[in-house]
Every structure is written in C-alpha cells, then in structure tokens.
Design a protein around this ligand. Structure first.
Ligand SMILES: Nc1ncnc2c1ncn2[C@@H]1O[C@H](COP(=O)(O)OP(=O)(O)O)[C@@H](O)[C@H]1O
Ligand SMILES: N[C@@H](CCOP(=O)(O)O)C(=O)O
Length: 317
C-alpha cells in the first residue's frame, strides 16, 4: 500500500478551496505505486489524482511538472497539471509538496499485446519529438557512472560468478559514448506500470520522476526491455518488431543508433539490474521493503549478449 501520508476529507477541504475543481465527493488512497502517496479525488467536476511527494522537494518539481504540461500542450497523452488559484502547478498539503492532475482513462496492463507495444513505441517517439522544444535541462542522475558506482556498492553481496558478470557489463558500458547519439528528454522508466492503456489505446504515460536529458535510444531500449520481455528474460520478437517499427514510423533511427542498439539494450538492462540489486541489498530507510527481482534483468542481459538479430530493419525511405 503506498499511502505514506494520510489525507482526510477534513485536510482536503481547505486545500481544494485553492483550486477551481468543485466540491469533494470522494477520497480514496491508491494502492499502486511505490514512491509517492497518491489519492483519487472525486469532486462535483470530475475525477483527479492528487500526489503528495515523499522524497522530492518543491524545488525539484518544476522540471518534471513543466515537462508534463509541455507534453500535454503538444497532444501527448499525459496528465496535464492543474494550476491553483495562484496559478501554480504545485502546492502543499500535510507538509508535503503536491500535484493535482486529471484522472486519465485506462489501466496498467501486465501482459501487453503486439498492438499495445506498437502504440507505446509510436507515442514514445512522438514524446521525444515534442520535447525538443522543452527548454529545461536535467542531466541523468542514473547514468553510466551511477551504474558503475552502484555495482561497486553491491558487489560484496554477490557470488563470484555473478560479481564477475556484473563487472564485465559495467566495463562494457564504461567503454561506450552515448553522448554522440541523438539526445533529448527521456522518460527513463517507461515500464508497463507507467502507462495506462484503454484497450489498445494509450490512456497516458505517467510517473515522469526519472525524466531527464539523455540519449533517446536509451529510452527506447528501457521501454523495449520491459514491454517485450518474457518471463525468462528473453524478448518476444513480434512485440519488439511492432514497437520498433511504430517508433521508427515517427522518428527513424540514425546510422549511429543502429550501431549502438545491441549494446545500449544491455546498458538499459544494467540500469535496472543495478538499481534492483541496490534496493534488494541496501534498501533506503523509510522506503517500502518491497524490491523487484534483480535477476530478471541479469537474464535480460544474458539473452541480449547471445543474440545475433536485434529486430531492426532500416525504416523505408
Ligand atoms: N493521472 C492518472 N490517472 C489515473 N491513474 C493514475 C494517474 N496517475 C497515477 N495513477 C495511478 O496511481 C498509480 C501510482 O502512480 P505512480 O505515479 O506510478 O506512483 P509512484 O510515483 O508512487 O510510483 C498508478 O499505477 C495508477 O494506477
Ligand atoms: N521500473 C523500475 C522501478 C523504478 O522505480 P523505483 O522508484 O523503485 O526506482 C523497476 O522495475 O526496477
């Protein structure tokens, strides 16, 4: 259950007076999510999601919040932040910075189909293009050096074989230079649980709190590694081809990206292998003890390392 800060209707009444969204009808905590407190807020005007940020400070929020406003302005399916009576997107409730957004249609899909993977690929490419005019810049706090530092921190807990494999992956990634690839704003965590789907249509991309500036191809690799992944860590060809073709129908990949693709897929997997190892062996105090399985991403890397064909055919010119 991810309601860390309790909000009662009495707490919310004065807060809602700072918005033009009607009177409170119902307030319900959202169980999904692992970082922030989220509530469904139903008013006489409609249904909204209220987020109370548990780790991010008010000063951290503008990059993410203005980004979603920018993307919504360009027609990308994201929840546009709602401004308060002072024309501010963020406010405060029960000692936490807050954000209020409309409730998007759809639900999280655990087992996506080919059409859904294509929709995600297409919208991801459109998100990459739409954010070219977004002026703010945020370096990736979880870039290659973070993978290397995190691997070093957890190495002591691993058996010798696993430690050697992890170190080899880190060394491989430290030899790459992804800064020469097309750069832009990336979501950086576009997993199945961060997209709402309404049938085969995207209800919305959510949870932009890892968004940053980095290689666009890396974002595509993160999404593909999750959306097209099978239980054993292998990638489903039909879903991968659909996602890549749909992405390229909007933003064809450049020659350098074709060359980088097999290795960046492993980098995108290493990002989550290391973060999951860290969550598993050194959970931060105050965080929920639930940690996702690190070996899932170790297996993804094993499959990528053995693969000859990476589903990319040049886009028609
Ligand atoms: N705009 C929205 N519309 C509908 N549901 C939402 C919206 N934003 C979040 N949710 C729901 O809240 C859950 C948790 O949101 P998320 O941003 O992933 O939280 P966390 O930051 O804690 O991981 C989502 O799985 C989804 O069910
Ligand atoms: N999608 C990631 C989890 C990202 O959320 P975090 O806040 O737990 O880092 C994964 O599946 O590992």
């Amino acid at each position: 259950m991810s309601v860390f800060t309790t909000v009662t209707p009495d707490d919310l009444a004065p807060f809602l007076k700072r918005y033009y969204i009607g009177q409170l009808v119902d307030l319900k905590g959202i169980a999904a999510g692992i970082t922030n407190t989220n509530y469904f807020v139903t008013t006489t005007h409609g249904r909204y999601v209220l987020t109370l940020f548990e780790a991010l400070q008010s000063s951290d929020l503008p990059y993410y919040v203005n980004l979603t406003a920018h993307l919504a302005h360009h027609g990308i399916a994201v929840a546009a932040p709602i401004a308060n009576i002072d024309d501010q997107y963020t406010d405060t409730l029960n000692g936490r910075p807050t954000l209020l957004v409309p409730c998007l249609p759809g639900t999280v899909v655990d087992e996506p189909n080919v059409a859904q993977c294509a929709q995600v690929g297409e919208m991801l490419a459109q998100m990459h293009l739409a954010s070219r005019s977004y002026p703010a810049h945020m370096p990736n706090p979880r870039g290659v050096q973070w993978w290397a530092d995190t691997a070093a921190e957890v190495m002591q807990y691993l058996d010798a074989d696993t430690a050697a494999r992890l170190q080899a992956e880190v060394d491989l990634q430290l030899r790459q230079d992804y800064t020469t690839l097309p750069q832009g704003v990336i979501h950086a965590d576009l997993f199945r649980d961060n997209v709402l789907l309404d049938g085969d249509r995207i209800g919305g991309f959510i949870d932009f709190y890892y968004a940053c500036n980095d290689a666009l191809l890396y974002d595509l690799a993160i999404a593909l590694n999750d959306w097209c992944r099978e239980e054993d860590g292998d990638i489903d060809r039909a879903r991968a081809e659909a996602m890549l073709q749909a992405y390229q129908s909007v933003r064809p990949l450049e020659t350098a990206e074709f060359a980088a693709w097999p290795v960046i897929l492993r980098g995108a997997a290493l990002r989550f292998w290391t973060s999951r190892l860290l969550d598993f062996y050194k959970p931060a105090t105050g965080e929920m003890t639930y940690a996702k399985d690190p070996t899932q991403y170790e297996r993804v890397i094993t499959h990528h390392a053995q693969r000859q064909d990476f589903w990319l055919t040049p886009a028609p010119v």
